[in-house]
Structure formats: structure tokens, C-alpha cells
Write a protein that binds this ligand. Structure first.
Ligand SMILES: NC(=O)c1ccc[n+]([C@@H]2O[C@H](COP(=O)([O-])OP(=O)(O)OC[C@H]3O[C@@H](n4cnc5c(N)ncnc54)[C@H](OP(=O)(O)O)[C@@H]3O)[C@@H](O)[C@H]2O)c1
Length: 231
């Protein structure tokens, strides 16, 4: 049975990844900040014995290290760094930026996924599939940015992409493939109600893309359906 670790597993894309991988008989390590409040995820774990829920606040590196020790006897085929924050808000546009929130956004969207890879590298390295997935965004594409705005979010995802590209090169010798993924604009709390894509549709596409992804493609920035995106 293949194993996946998913961060931000209590809602949005993360929750549906848990559901779909559980239904497909994967071992799902579902991580979220407050398991005691994760009603839907706990219902899923009650329904599927292959789903285990763990507390993990990505901003707390000691929690990341403690979880790695707790899971030290496990192999992780796919490390899915899904958790993320948007950061920007209408009251703090350019001219009145909130630098503390920017720092927090970088911490959650960039430092934490990198720390996850550093910490869980042994778990991934001894697995069969050896894949790391970073949930990025087309908003991190500098080439695609024609509308501006969202400085906190855009810069965090651009930085995530840059870090993942270097890590992909670093990990190639260990046969670990790094996929940088854009889920589309999806109807979640972050995506909002105007988003054109439903969660299960995006997740289903992304699961196919992750399954088809090979070491030869490592470091690529791909859309949910596998189309390569501009940096
Ligand atoms: N939806 C879209 O259209 C879209 C487009 C492009 C990229 N993305 C990316 O896709 C990923 C998932 O987004 P989503 O739309 O599902 O967002 P969402 O519905 O807002 O969910 C975000 C998830 O991240 C978790 N999270 C935030 N900060 C965390 C932290 N410090 N530690 C642990 N978990 C944390 C949240 O947990 P809490 O419930 O505890 O807050 C929640 O589970 C994000 O990386 C996002 O940037 C989304």
C-alpha cells in the first residue's frame, strides 16, 4: 500500500486529496493544525481505516521535527505540501502593506514546505515512488502576471517555485522527483465562490498528474492537468 502525507488536510483541496487517496486504498497521513476541530476529516478517518490524523502547524518547526520522529518507521511515497495562506487583503495593498503578515505568508508558504522536505527526506528516500509535491499557484508565475496585486501571495509562490526548482536539482541524485503544481482556480475558502472549478475535479486531475509524473520531469511547474506552465 502506497503512503501519502498531506498538509492542510482539514478543508479545501487537502481534505479532498485525503478522501480520494483513501478511496483509492492509499495510506493517508492527514496533517492539520487542530485535529479536535477537523470534523469532516475525523469523519473520513472513522470511515477509512487507512486515514490517520496528526496535529501539525506548519509554522512550528518543532512540530514538524516531532512528527518526523513519530513517523520514523514509515515510508512516504508522496509528500504533498498543500497547506497555504493567501496573506493579502483589501486594506493592505501597495502603499499600506502589512509586513508582519508578509513574513507570516512567507513562513507558511515557503519556509515550511522546504522544512518539511528537509525533515521528511529519509521517509521519502526509502519509499517506492519517491515524490514531493509543492502546491504552488499560477499567481507565482512572473511571466503570467499581467494584472498585478496580491504582492504577498504572488511573491511567496514565486519564492516557493524557486526553492523547489533548486531542491529538485539537489534531490535528482537520490531519485526523488519534485513536482510544482497549480491546482487551477478552485472553489475553496481561498479560491472563493467565483472560482470556476469544483474541488473534486481539480483534485482528480492533480492525482493523475502526480501519478504520471516521473523523475525525468523533476522541477517542472505544471498545471493540474500536467500542462507545463511559464515561470
Ligand atoms: N483554491 C485555489 O483556487 C488555489 C489556487 C492556486 C493555489 N492554491 C493553493 O492550494 C493550496 C490549498 O488551498 P485551498 O484552496 O484548499 O485553501 P483553503 O481552503 O484556504 O485551505 C488552506 C489549508 O491550509 C491550512 N493551513 C494554513 N496555514 C497552515 C499552517 N500554518 N499549518 C498547517 N496548515 C495550515 C489550513 O488549515 P486551517 O483550517 O487550520 O486554517 C487549510 O487546511 C494552498 O497552498 C493554495 O495556495 C489554491
Amino acid at each position: 500500500m502506497a503512503t501519502i502525507l498531506i498538509t492542510g488536510a482539514n478543508r479545501g483541496l487537502g481534505l479532498d486529496f485525503c478522501r480520494q487517496y483513501a478511496q483509492d486504498n492509499w495510506q493517508v497521513i492527514a496533517c492539520c493544525r487542530q485535529p479536535e476541530n477537523a470534523t469532516e476529516l475525523n469523519q473520513l478517518a472513522a470511515q477509512y481505516k487507512n486515514v490517520s490524523v496528526f496535529a501539525l502547524d506548519m509554522d512550528d518547526f518543532s512540530q514538524i521535527e516531532q512528527l518526523a520522529v513519530k513517523l520514523s518507521d514509515m515510508s512516504i511515497d508522496v509528500l504533498l505540501n498543500n497547506a497555504g495562506v493567501y496573506g493579502d487583503d483589501a486594506a493592505h495593498r501597495f502603499g499600506n502593506l502589512d509586513y508582519q503578515t508578509w513574513q507570516h505568508t512567507l513562513s507558511t508558504n515557503v519556509f515550511a514546505p522546504v522544512k518539511m522536505i528537509e525533515t521528511f527526506l529519509p521517509h521519502v528516500a526509502r519509499s517506492e515512488q519517491k515524490k514531493v509535491v509543492a502546491m504552488s499557484s499560477l499567481m507565482g508565475s512572473i511571466a503570467d502576471n499581467t494584472s498585478g496585486g496580491s504582492i504577498l501571495y504572488r511573491s511567496s509562490k514565486s519564492a516557493l517555485n524557486a526553492a523547489m526548482k533548486s531542491i529538485a536539482i539537489e534531490l535528482q541524485a537520490k531519485h526523488i522527483a519534485v513536482l510544482i503544481l497549480h491546482p487551477g482556480w478552485v472553489r475553496t475558502d481561498m479560491g472563493g465562490s467565483n472560482a470556476p472549478m469544483e474541488i473534486p475535479q481539480s483534485v482528480s486531475h492533480m492525482r493523475d498528474t502526480i501519478a504520471n509524473f516521473t523523475l525525468a520531469q523533476t522541477g517542472e511547474f505544471q498545471r493540474y492537468d500536467g500542462q507545463v506552465l511559464p515561470w
